[in-house]
Design a protein around this ligand. Sequence first.
Ligand code: TGC
Ligand code: FAD
Length: 394
Amino acid sequence: MSSANRPAPPDPKDFIGFERLLDPEERLLMDTVRRWVGDRVLPSIGDWFDAGILPRELATELGGLGLLGMHLDGYGCPGASAVEYGLACLELEAGASGLPSKGSVQASLAMFPIREYGSEDQRREWLPRMASGEVLGCFGLTEPDSGSDPGSMRTAARRDGPDWIINGTKTWISNGSVADVAIIWARTDDGVRGFIVPTDTPGFTARDIPRKLSLRASHTSELALDDVRLPREAVLPGVSSLRGPLSCLTEARYGIVWGSIGAARACYEAALDYSTTREQFGRPIGAFQLIQRKLVEMMVSVNRGLLLAHHIGRMKDRGLARPEHVSLGKFDNVRVALDVARTARSVLGANGITLDYPVMRHMNNLESVITYEGTDEIHTLILGQSLTGFQAFN
Ligand code: TGC
Ligand code: FAD
């Protein structure tokens, strides 16, 4: 091979040339979201995290970019591919984990059940306004005594003439206090059913969970449903078992497969930049072997995680991805991202614990990501069952 034809040296921030695996539309989408995050999010995210807020108008802007419900089709949704949706999650979470909570909770947990299990009237009523960001949704599955085991939920809905009456408490609900509509899962005489609950319905209240040290730039709430009366048409007609909420989780977990690597990438890049400018003992710390080892480990983890996300995405687009594949991606990419964040934190020394750098913010957020959408242990057991055929949850 002549030297003219030799491949260019690897880019430290895209070592395997990941973007070459993408087609031009995918690259354009990735660049667009990355630019938006750079302009709108990165300059303020430290302050938002500090103050424990995420401005409501970001949802409208995400809607304007076509990112809310982008992998759904019809009813104002663009019908993007799974890989495109994943790339958007990657870039959003490289900015902040609260953003996918806006995007993915809206798309995969609030819009997806309406698209998948809703009536034609429900889809027409809610989806276009949710795709634009005018209406914000949340997803109420977890309860104070029912986290990893949603089958033990107590929230119950009973019929009263033509109406439904719902009572119960949901907790740790992303977007709960700012949502206009909640998808509430409740047990009924026919099994577990989903209800579309406008949050201004009498008897529905939401309050934010205080003193959070993780996902601070995101609302996480407790919802109380006290004799909430809903019309017959509030129930999602298409599902009456735990398969309903669990299938939504598969969609949202898929977004995490990508998003967690976005957070890891941001941490790795911060550490790489820091290592070339911070000097100790008369040299940039990146010149020390022990720091180079950390940089290499992080770079390898990020690239491996990207390849796994991309592979699962292509499988999903071909209809080949099963929930277990998504569990594999969620399980491995989140724990890898946490390792990367912790390693990057150490490279930044004391500066690593401040909000002047993104690392500790991502690290704290990833402590939520490893718990929500199925904990590390639950995904281990899902994978263990898939390998052995034995169910080890109880
Ligand atoms: P099991 O008997 O296994 O299943 C019941 C029915 O559901 C089906 N199913 C699935 N379908 C689609 N996708 C999946 N991932 C599915 N998993 C199960 C299953 O085939 C069956 O269908 P059918 O038709 O036979 O009725 O259910 P189980 O009660 O034994 O539970 C199994 C287990 C432990 C894996 C499940 O409960 C589980 O995944 N637990 C974890 C709970 C969890 O992930 N909660 C997340 C709450 S939402 C959230 O965290 C949002 S974070 C928001 C943010 O991003 O900000
Ligand atoms: P538990 O289920 O009580 O688990 C405690 C520990 O025991 C964990 O380590 C767990 O892995 C382990 N454990 C449990 N069962 C087993 C077992 N069989 N074998 C081995 N170990 C086990 N929920 C929603 O419905 N909607 C949302 O929008 C939402 N957003 C969230 C946002 C944030 C920031 C957080 C932190 C959580 C959110 N959740 C949401 C809740 C989340 O899904 C739950 O926290 C998660 O499912 C775990 O439930 P738990 O916290 O009750 O822990």
